[in-house]
Write a protein that binds this ligand. Sequence first.
Ligand SMILES: [Cu+2]
Length: 150
Amino acid sequence: MVAAPRRAATLGLVLVAFAIVWAGCSGESEPAGPTATPSSPVEGELAVRAFEWGFEPERIILQSGEEVRLEFQNSGEIIHNLRVIDLEVDLIEDMSGGGFSPDDDELLVGAESEESGSITFIPLEPGEYEFFCSIGNHRQLGMRGRLVVE
Ligand SMILES: [Cu+2]
């Protein structure tokens, strides 16, 4: 039997080739869509869309000391919110939907399905924070993102 080892060798080569192709692909699998690019406010306004299960954009960059109006758009089928803890903010105006009401120094805005809410605030402390939906296990299901305050 000569064919069997040769076949095994060929199979081995094919597997190695697949592994190389696989490694090459996974190295470039960084999402190229709009979610990969951080969003910053335009003229003090920034819209964030919530859905099951995530946010768009997933990365937000704000400037400390600069007032921003964050418009929270819920395009999902159930109630959602956006919450950041440990970020010091100056709360200017709370126009949240869904019955959410932030504490003085907290960032919390939400809305019922197919509705919007907004919160106007000034981020005070530079740093990196996580924003997330604080309802049920939505955070674990993927409703979270990065907030950078420069
Ligand atoms: Cu949610």
